[in-house]
Design a protein around this ligand. Structure first.
Ligand code: 13P
Ligand code: SF4
Length: 302
C-alpha cells in the first residue's frame, strides 16, 4: 500500500510534467484502472485518443490499441507500459494472407476488427470494434464482405446481415476458452443470475446469452438492469467497473480462466516507469499510418 501510494504520487507529478493522458482498457489490472483518466473498451479509447489535446498518450492495453492511438493522433507521443503486451488474435492475420483473399474476392469490401496490426488495417476498407460491428456492416454498400480476424465475432455479425461474409479463422484465446458446459454449470449454481456475454466467445456460448455486447455494452447493461446477479462472459478485469457502478449487485465470472495474460503484462510500476523514461513509444511508419487512418476514421464516422 505504501509503495502504491508513492507510485501514484509520482505518476500524478509525471502526468503534469509530460502533459499526459492515461487511457486504460477495462481488462487492465485494477491498480491501473484506478489511476486512469479514462477507462473504456477499444472503441471508446480510440475515440478518446483521436480527440485529446494532451501531448502524450499512455495507452494501457495491448499493442494494437497503442498503434490505433498513434495512427489517429500521429503528432502525439504514444507510450505503452510494456511493449510485450500483444494480442494473439491480432497476430492470426497478416498482410500476405489478406491480399490473397482480396484477390479471390475482388468485389468484397474488407472489414477489419480493430484487434489487428497497423499494416493489416492499411489493407482495409473500414475497421470496427465489437461495439459497432453490426452498424459498420450495415453502413456498407456492397454484397460481399471479407471479415478479419475474429471468426466468433464474424459469426455473430453474420446473424445480423444478409451480406455474404468470408470469415477469417482467428479467435481470442481468452474468450474462446469459455464452453457451454462452463455456462450450464454456472447457471445451475446461480439460477437467478443473467448471463452476459462478449461476442468474441464461441457462437454456441453467445447463443446462451441473456445479453450479448462489447465490454462497454455489458457494463451499461448490468448497471441499468433490474437483475441483481450476473454471470459474466468476458475478461475478468471488467469486474472493476462492474463493481464500481453497482456495488450492491453480484458478479460471477463464468470461469476463472477469463483472464487475458497479455492485458495483465502491464502494471502500475511499469506505467510510472514509461512516463519517466518516455519509453517504449509506439512507432508506425507514416506510409502505413496514412493508409490505416482512412479505415479507422471511416469507423469513427459511422
Ligand atoms: P472490446 O474492448 O471492444 O470489448 O474488445 C474486447 C477485447 O478483447 C479487447 O482486446
Ligand atoms: Fe486479444 Fe483476447 Fe486479450 Fe483482447 S482479450 S487482447 S482479443 S487476447
Amino acid at each position: 500500500e505504501e509503495q502504491k501510494r508513492e507510485l501514484t504520487e509520482r505518476l500524478m507529478q509525471l502526468k503534469k510534467e509530460r502533459n499526459a493522458i492515461i487511457l486504460a482498457h477495462y481488462y487492465q489490472r485494477d491498480e491501473i484502472q484506478e489511476v486512469a483518466d479514462f477507462r473504456g473498451d477499444s472503441f471508446l479509447l480510440a475515440q478518446k485518443a483521436a480527440q485529446t489535446d494532451a501531448d502524450t498518450i499512455v495507452f494501457c492495453g495491448v499493442h494494437f490499441m497503442g498503434e490505433s492511438a498513434k495512427i489517429l493522433a500521429p503528432n502525439k507521443t504514444v507510450l505503452i507500459p510494456d511493449e510485450r503486451a500483444g494480442c494473439p488474435m491480432a497476430d492470426m492475420v497478416n498482410v500476405d494472407g489478406l491480399r490473397k483473399l482480396k484477390a479471390q474476392h475482388p468485389n468484397a469490401k474488407v472489414v477489419t476488427y480493430i484487434n489487428s496490426s497497423a499494416d493489416v488495417k492499411a489493407e482495409t476498407d473500414i475497421c470496427c470494434t465489437s461495439a459497432n460491428a453490426v452498424k459498420v456492416i450495415q453502413s456498407l454498400d456492397c454484397d460481399e464482405i471479407i471479415w478479419v480476424p475474429d471468426k466468433n465475432l464474424g459469426h455473430y455479425v453474420q446473424q445480423h446481415t444478409d451480406k455474404k461474409m468470408i470469415i477469417w479463422e482467428g479467435y481470442c484465446n481468452t474468450h474462446d476458452m469459455l464452453t457451454v458446459k462452463d455456462v450450464v454449470e454456472m447457471r445451475a449454481k446461480h439460477p437467478n443470475a443473467q448471463f452476459v456475454v462478449h461476442p468474441e466467445c464461441r457462437p454456441e456460448v453467445v447463443a446462451m446469452g441473456d445479453f450479448v455486447g462489447s465490454t462497454t455494452a455489458i457494463i451499461d447493461y448490468c448497471k441499468k438492469s433490474d437483475c441483481q446477479e450476473f454471470i459474466v462472459g468476458t475478461e475478468d478485469g471488467t469486474g472493476y467497473q462492474l463493481r464500481l457502478d453497482s456495488p450492491e449487485k453480484t458478479f460471477h465470472f463464468a470461469t476463472k480462466f477469463l483472464v487475458c495474460p497479455n492485458m495483465k503484462v502491464n502494471n502500475l510500476k511499469k506505467l510510472v516507469k514509461c512516463l519517466e523514461t518516455m519509453k517504449p513509444q509506439i512507432y508506425v511508419p507514416p506510409v502505413v499510418a496514412d493508409q490505416a487512418r482512412i479505415s479507422l476514421e471511416r469507423m469513427l464516422q459511422v
